[in-house]
Design a protein around this ligand. Structure first.
Ligand SMILES: Nc1ncnc2c1ncn2[C@@H]1O[C@H](COP(=O)(O)OP(=O)(O)O)[C@@H](O)[C@H]1O
Ligand SMILES: CC(=O)OP(=O)(O)O
Ligand SMILES: [Mg+2]
Length: 403
């Protein structure tokens, strides 16, 4: 019977969980990993043991479960599986990823009923995420109130941004009321900084732009391991084009939808969070795999898919340019998360567009899954680093236990 820590990472198109078990050297090592992905497209659950062998796999066939609205049901089924298979392990701590901590939480917090209520109140700002994080927390607070449960926030990493990067040009009252540029994907960025430090990378003390490109996508400028600026802001709707989110747009478009189109606030919320981005422009899918597959298979006929991909790339490169100005230079660009880690063609396109900057990509390395994908003569080091938000959460949870 080993001591274990359970980590739950609720994303917008995925639910990831990891179980870390204490070994004889008193280290917590990953013993099981689950990935429920393709929420809103083709959901698929895969759970692997410590030897990376598949111990459970499920593909759902009911088309009703291909809709984004099936998220809660899929989450519940996955969490149920988890409860039944924790075996003899003694869970000494649980980590829950919360995308938004608001103005109150800028560091991991021990969760209780009052923290739960605070986080629930933030749901309108993160409608794709907060419900999926709240529901396992609620279940586990009810079931095992004695186990320390730690809420870990995406927003925490960005607390070091200077005032001008945190502020909107609105009357001061709004900033004081918490209407600020918070930034998200912080657990992922923190992992990348940790990786650079652990591997003694020259980038650990340099000027780095990290592109976290998953179903939610953002880019962050990091100097000496600290966040300087980022593309997401008050909510994870801002910035880049995403799977179903529109990213940055003229705020007056919302007024147009309200006043001219007479859409209700709920309809607008649905449109900008769930029906826009790659899905809205391609009219095909929110999943970059489907977009790329369509372009490869149908060539010129896949005009909408091509436009969605071009827009995604254009806006990403534009935001990288803005962050280079924030950093006053750049030593390295790092790709991570679903698209960043698994799409060599997207990485290639981005690097090709940044050629004027002295970026030179080694496409053989890029295709092969190597960490460094730039040529030795490239002025900027380009790397692909798999993220591990769960590992950062493990370290935070252990601070709240006696380990
Ligand atoms: N092989 C691949 N090629 C291109 N894109 C991929 C690939 N695998 C995953 N993706 C993209 O990554 C997204 C999921 O990213 P991920 O970071 O795991 O999810 P989340 O944002 O929900 O945490 C998918 O929606 C898909 O667009
Ligand atoms: C903040 C965010 O969008 O997260 P994810 O990419 O995991 O959905
Ligand atoms: Mg994610």
């Amino acid at each position: 019977m080993a001591d274990s820590v359970l980590i739950i990472n609720a994303g917008s198109s995925s639910l990831k969980f990891s179980l870390y078990r204490e070994n004889t050297d008193k280290e917590f090592v990953s013993s099981a990993n689950g990935l429920l992905e393709g929420i809103g497209t083709k959901p698929h659950l895969i759970i692997k043991n410590d030897n990376k062998e598949i111990i459970f796999e499920k593909n759902w066939t009911d088309p009703e479960l291909f809709k984004p609205s099936a998220r809660d049901k899929l989450f519940d089924e996955t969490i149920e599986w988890l409860f039944h298979h924790l075996g003899d392990d003694t869970i000494i701590g649980i980590g829950h990823r919360f995308v938004h901590g608001g103005a109150k939480y800028s560091a991991p917090a021990l969760a209780n009923d009052s923290v739960y209520e605070d986080l629930k109140a933030l749901t309108p700002f993160v409608p794709l995420h907060q419900p999926g994080s709240l529901s396992p927390l609620r279940v586990m607070l009810n079931k095992n109130p004695e186990i320390p449960q730690v809420a870990c926030f995406d927003t925490a990493f960005h607390a070091t941004m200077p005032d001008y990067a945190k502020r909107f040009a609105l009357p001061r009252k709004y900033f004081d009321d918490g209407v600020r540029r918070y930034g998200f994907h912080g657990l992922s960025y923190q992992y990348i900084v940790h990786y650079l430090q652990e591997t003694n990378s020259p980038l650990a003390t340099g000027k780095v732009i990290v592109a976290h490109l998953g179903n939610g996508a953002s880019v962050t400028a990091i100097k000496n391991g600290k966040c300087v600026d980022t593309s997401m802001s008050f909510t994870p709707l801002d910035g880049l084009v995403m799977g179903t989110r529109c990213g940055k747009m003229d705020a007056a478009i919302i007024l147009y939808m309200l006043q001219e189109e007479k859409l209700s606030p709920d309809e607008i919320q649905d449109l900008i969070w769930k029906k826009s981005g790659l899905l809205g422009v391609s009219e095909l899918s929110s999943d970059m795999r489907d977009i790329i597959h369509e372009i490869k298979t149908n060539g010129a006929k896949s005009e909408y898919a091509q436009q969605a991909l071009d827009l995604f790339t254009y806006r990403l490169v534009g935001e990288i340019g803005r962050l280079i100005a924030s950093l006053k230079g750049v030593d390295g660009i790092i790709f991570t998360a679903g698209i960043g880690e698994h799409s060599p063609s997207l990485r290639y396109e981005v690097c090709k567009t940044l050629n004027w900057l002295g970026v030179s990509i080694d496409d053989e390395a890029n295709q092969s899954g190597a960490v460094t994908i730039s040529k030795p003569e490239s002025k900027i080091l380009i790397q692909t680093i798999p993220t591990n938000e769960e590992y950062i959460m493990l370290k935070e949870v252990l601070k709240f236990t006696n380990k």
